[in-house]
Design a protein around this ligand. Sequence first.
Ligand code: NAP
Length: 283
Amino acid sequence: MFTPDLLKNKRILITGGGTGLGKGMARRFLELGAQVHICGRREDVLEQTAAELSPHGRIHAIPCDVRNLDAVEAMIDSIWREGPLDVLVNNAAGNFIARTEELSPGGWNSVIGIVLMGTLNCTMACGRRWLAAKQPGIVLSISATYAPVGSAYVVPSAVSKAGVEALTRSLAVEWGDRGIRMNAIAPGPIPTQGAFSRVLPRPELETLALERNPLRRFGTVEELANLAAFLVSDGSGYINGEVIRMDGGEFLQGAGEFSSLGRILKEEDWQALKPKKAASPKS
Ligand code: NAP
């Protein structure tokens, strides 16, 4: 399905598009014919990414802090002056591990500001313009697998991503009849400098994450970008209000009561645990 013109003429904004998964999506969308805008706070990072990806297609870098509503409105205005966006990808985020009782108000504000308020700011800025012009639009947000159940030690992120998923499902219904599709991806661990340096900062934590994944490997940026390309393409036009988990089965491994037995029990244990055959009745 990934024909080179899959996203031809689509105008896409990726927040946090200068690094990691955002950069990977930008590359894939360009390869599939889209025109891509990337934003983030660090102008030098954005410019470097735009220069690196420009051989693949038209890419524009816009410095913008998504926490700042005025800055978001100014960015969206500047994009709309050239023509409306077709797709918004809410990807920008911040996260770190901490014991919750030790979080400062600044720590809470920082993560909630980027992940929840940043997503709201960008979604409302695009949504209002699409609705006013009676134009279709697509919003894809990058969530996390712990959003529906919560997670210890990343609570500001869990709270924020849960809000992002609620926004996705709510607006999928409220705006669906006016041509706006809302979906999200919940990725499992995918090595990026940004995420791994903050949430898996030690080799033993990486090993733990690998061991608890049924596929015994991390996801790749390319796999995430392929799923994102599908979800923002017209081929997925009837998918609305969904959060697609992409984690190699890690979430289910954690949920299944007996799932970890396979890692603990050895061959001899399984042999010893086999149900004893009932003695056959004597004839
Ligand atoms: P990343 O490379 O650190 O990406 C985060 C991006 O967000 C950066 O480009 C950063 O650029 C931008 N950003 C941060 N604060 C911003 C702000 N206030 N305004 C605008 N941009 C801002 O990490 P990643 O792994 O690619 O993460 C991308 C997304 O995937 C995030 O939503 C993350 O929660 C999600 N995710 C990742 C994983 C994983 O294993 N990689 C797993 C689950 C979910 P600046 O610092 O220059 O602003």
